[in-house]
Design a protein around this ligand. Sequence first.
Ligand code: NAP
Length: 255
Amino acid sequence: MSKSLDGKTALVTGGSRGIGRSIAERLAKEGAMVALTYNASKAGAEEVVAAIEKAGGSAFALHADLADARAIPALFEALDIELGKRKGSKALDILVNNAGNSGWGGLSDATPESWDTMFAVHARAPFFVVQSALSRLSDGGRIINISSGLGTRPLPAVPIYAMAKAASNNLTHALAMELGKRSITVNAVAPGWTRTDMNAAVRENADMVKAIEADTALGRFGEPSEIASVVAFLASDEGRWVTAQVIEASGGYKL
Ligand code: NAP
């Protein structure tokens, strides 16, 4: 039986854990060859590749510290080599900008350095990853930015993170207009509270969990696979008429 992404290639940043792992596994399940990046979690990335291959898919892992802009051209050089070896072409069909450092950034404890790092990973890296991807991206391709519900409805406790995600939403719109002439769609998926390492500490606080669940229409945290489902739709041919959208997948948070 044919799969929705048979023959496609995908790059997922931050695929070693959490939501990125789930996206990498889902795109591979749909038939794409997936390149996933990692920074600190080499073993995690290798485990994801092994899990994908065990399930009959194709994947490989590449290192990139996306807090460092100089890592991005090097990442694409490595991607070209690997795709060339495996597919005979460096063409990329799907780019998912997912990587995110787990810092949050409050008003009182922020420093210019912590502000810069947050923006480097969440806002600058997606911009320059797209810049490097453009010459490799197929016409009709897909760019999917993993944003956050906080990009449109900020939480006062984490203003820097929310600002960086607002930048990602704005970039999504700009890129959609720029790349529409090549039939490349550009969308953002904005998760709400999703069960990953990023909020492990929050989930240990029973009062916070209760408050978050009470503020969520569906009454619980989301699972990474529930974000990956939305990404898989946008990446597929079924999603071809959707562009320039920020699609919240939060179970209805803070309605
Ligand atoms: P996570 O479980 O903490 O995973 C973060 C991923 O990003 C890891 O693969 C990590 O790689 C990578 N990463 C972190 N810093 C990096 C850097 N400097 N360079 C390259 N890669 C880096 O987080 P997650 O919850 O899956 O988050 C994924 C995305 O969803 C993020 O953009 C986040 O903002 C967004 N999001 C998450 C939630 C949520 O509730 N979980 C809600 C809204 C939005 P290594 O481990 O290899 O370093």
